[in-house]
Design a protein around this ligand. Structure first.
Ligand SMILES: [Cu+2]
Length: 278
């Protein structure tokens, strides 16, 4: 196992924290070893050919060409291994990510909205229903435009930059964007998805380790792209309930006003950096 993780460590992959992540790691690991072997093999073959068929020994071209079948067999083996990798491993894994969503009743449902340069998270609250959103209601303190008159939205939780989820429960994210195309990338969860304005794109994962993980934007989305980071906190069930309660109290304190601004500053960037352009 440890030797299997060697290339992934070289690639800078952070430790896996998702249920399906080991499968991704194995494919990555195997593909890189395989490509390494191909690079060595083809390079050796290239050097062999340069020497074996040098001009001094073969002044005239041989129109009959290669008579041995070795290179055909080798090429066929490479195609076979690549086909097995693609059809046997990569496509089934991908199909599971996009076709086999966990039942919604069992999962934590989060709407995630990218904007230059931050991530908004919208949870339905205790009633399990998302409040209506409309662009007319968007303000700095109501970044998602929750309709203040919609009762379903009264208990909704909106956070900026930080999302908490409980460990061992599937999380379904519905992705969208307010401005340009972003990419919601969770390196530790081995998953990423584009956030596209006007689309609602679902993705899911099941965190298996508690901890604090980085959320990054995987698409160059403007001058402040480098600072478009967020935090994913995977809590124990008790800690998650405590966080929900804390957020609900914060929202309840401003019952008659639009949802409160998130505790962090707009940019969520370390240090006194200038405000990003764009
Ligand atoms: Cu972005």
């Amino acid at each position: 196992m440890n030797s299997l993780a060697f290339i992934n460590e070289l690639l800078g992959q952070p430790p896996n924290a998702a249920e399906h992540g080991y499968q991704i790691d194995h494919i990555l690991e195997f593909s890189h070893w395989f490509m390494g072997a191909l690079l060595l093999g083809w390079s050796a073959f290239f050097i062999f050919v340069l020497i074996r068929f040098r001009k001094r020994r073969h002044p005239g071209a041989d129109h009959a060409g290669v008579r041995s079948g070795i290179s055909t067999h080798l090429e066929f083996s490479v195609v076979l291994i690549e086909t097995v990798l693609l059809l046997g491993f990569a496509l089934p894994l991908w199909a599971k990510r996009v076709n086999e969503f966990p039942p919604a009743g069992d999962a934590i449902l989060v709407r995630t909205v990218g904007q230059q340069f931050n991530w908004n998270f919208h949870l339905p609250g205790p009633d399990g229903q998302f409040g209506r959103r409309d662009i007319r209601f968007v303000t700095n303190s109501n970044p998602l435009g929750l309709d203040p008159d919609d009762p379903a939205g009264k208990d909704d939780i909106v956070t900026l930059g930080e999302l908490h989820v409980p460990v061992d429960r599937p999380v379904i994210i519905e992705l969208s964007s307010k401005d340009v195309i972003h990419n919601f990338c969770l390196p530790h969860m081995r998953i990423a998805g584009d956030a596209i304005p006007g689309s609602l794109i679902p993705m899911w994962f099941r965190p298996i380790k508690t901890g604090t993980y980085e959320v990054v934007c995987g698409q160059l989305c403007g001058l402040g792209h480098y600072g478009m980071k967020g935090t994913l906190v995977v809590d124990t069930p008790a800690d998650y309930q405590a966080w929900l309660k804390e957020r609900a109290e914060l929202a309840g304190g401003a019952q008659n006003a639009p949802p409160p601004a998130a505790p962090k500053t707009q940019e969520n960037q370390p240090g006194p950096s200038p405000s990003p352009g764009g």
